[in-house]
Design a protein around this ligand. Structure first.
Ligand SMILES: Cc1cc2nc3c(=O)[nH]c(=O)nc-3n(C[C@H](O)[C@H](O)[C@H](O)COP(=O)(O)OP(=O)(O)OC[C@H]3O[C@@H](n4cnc5c(N)ncnc54)[C@H](O)[C@@H]3O)c2cc1C
Length: 418
């Protein structure tokens, strides 16, 4: 069966590998000159910096096997100190002053306030009800910034954080959050040469089946199949962001296209800075719970990982903008770099001039799952029923993390070729 996979991000690459494993004949169409989508790495002047994700939170066994990169997996090395910017101060997590400011006393009374997770509740409301205004507000700010560069008042507790509902059903969120499920392998990881190596290896393994610089402008159903760029296919995996899915479908599925256009994403601009090693703290990084810094999250990759900066230098990665302050992501490069440097000076006391700067812009970086997301996506998929074989995959629909989109791609392949 010939299947067109539109979009060569991790969702599309994963779908293509699974289709191949199932004996189908996939062809990937990717608009950009390289595969990987948000996943990409640049190595220059001794710095290794990521376009998008830095760490993955769950194993990716099938893709590591397909890319033969198992031996390249690296995990961050201590110190893994995390800081939270709260009330204009930089506090170590989970240090005592943070716990005091967070109102942890009320949070420990959580079981008395435990209410079920209503379907359509924003994350901020849910956690504030369970943990109290201070601790709940802080937890919601940290979770939404850390995963979505998002707004706790606009993200769904149930659909943006599926594990939260499961924890809440078991009783106390705080107690259950610290319990690791039996047999689980947890811990974040990346690859020695950056996550871009995964995308490159997956594309390479697909050989001539990946067409780069091949943006699909028109998709049309006909004769029990699809026409893509003038070629006939038996089925399609649409592994593109929601706006691109809307553009490609409005001619034959206008209701679906309308639903896809309602899905929102937040813009993010990533600022990589090469600084003097001694000027920068060692640790994991900082999350801004106040919403007052230009970066929602700042990582210290060279403190944790080998080969991220030349000797004597440090790489600092600031993830700027997001749903609460999209205007910060839109600042011109020079202004944003100066603003991030001013924030680094005010928070960590960094006094230096960057010797290396790289800015990566994503207008629609991370989908923002609003309350009711899961139901909207189910309804949207139903609007495609009756068409020839067509499956959706990727971050717009089934989870935004790289492991989620990989699963989403593989699941789309399995539905097409059971
Ligand atoms: C700054 C940032 C940091 C992140 N950090 C993390 C992290 O630490 N951990 C984590 O797990 N996740 C993280 N994410 C999220 C994760 O990287 C993405 O959600 C995921 O990579 C999306 O994969 P995808 O395949 O669904 O979509 P994409 O990567 O967006 O791929 C879609 C592809 O479709 C192509 N395309 C679009 N239209 C067409 C067309 N008409 N024809 C052909 N091709 C088309 C695009 O060029 C693109 O390559 C981060 C994201 C960003 C932006």
């Amino acid at each position: 069966m010939r299947i067109a996979v539109i979009g060569g991000g991790i969702a599309g690459l994963s779908a293509a590998h699974e289709l191949l494993r199932r004996g189908a004949d996939p062809v990937v169409f990717e608009a950009r000159p390289r595969a990987g989508g948000k996943v990409g790495t640049r190595i220059e002047r001794g710095y290794l910096s990521e376009d998008g994700p830095n760490f993955l939170a769950r194993p990716l066994d099938a893709l590591l096997d397909a890319s033969e990169l198992r031996d390249d997996v690296v995990t961050p090395q201590p110190p893994m100190t995390r800081w939270i910017h709260l009330d204009g101060r930089v506090l170590r997590a989970p240090g005592l002053s943070l716990l005091a400011r967070a109102g942890v006393g009320r949070a420990l009374l959580e079981p008395l306030f435990a209410k079920p997770l209503r379907d359509d509740m924003p994350l901020g409301d849910f956690l504030e009800r369970r943990l109290g205004r201070r601790a709940g507000g802080l937890a919601a700010a940290v979770m939404s910034a850390g995963v979505y560069a998002g707004d706790p008042a606009a993200l769904s507790a149930r659909d943006a954080f599926p594990s939260l509902g499961a924890l809440a059903r078991k009783g106390s969120l705080i107690v259950n959050a610290f319990r690791r499920p039996k047999g689980s392998r947890s811990g974040i990881w990346t690859l020695r040469r950056g996550l871009g190596a995964l995308a490159e290896a997956l594309a390479l393994a697909l050989g001539g089946r990946v067409h780069l610089g091949a943006g699909v402008g028109r998709l049309s159903p006909g004769q029990g199949g699809w026409s893509v760029q003038g070629e006939r296919f038996d089925g399609v995996v649409l592994a593109v962001p929601a706006a691109a899915a809307a553009d490609l479908t409005h001619g034959f599925a206008p209701k679906f296209a309308h639903a896809a256009r309602q899905l929102r994403s937040a813009p993010v601009t990533v600022v990589h800075l090469g600084l003097r090693q001694g000027a920068v703290p060692r640790g994991f990084g900082m999350i801004d719970a106040d919403g007052t810094l230009h970066a929602v999250g700042t990582l210290l990759p060279s403190s944790m990982l080998p080969g991220r900066a030349p000797d004597g230098r440090a790489l600092v990665t600031a993830i700027c903008g997001g749903a609460r302050h999209p205007e910060r992501a839109a600042l011109p490069d020079g202004e944003l770099v100066s603003a991030v440097m001013a924030d680094l000076r005010a928070t960590w006391g960094v006094r230096d001039t960057p010797g290396y700067v790289r800015v990566v812009r994503w207008d629609a970086a991370i989908p923002q799952y609003a309350p009711g997301h899961r139901d909207r996506i189910r309804e949207a998929r139903e609007l495609l029923a009756g068409l020839p074989r067509l499956e959706l995959a990727g971050a717009a629909w089934d989870g935004v993390g790289v492991p989620d989109v990989a699963l989403s791609g593989a699941a789309a392949a399995a539905r097409l070729v059971p």
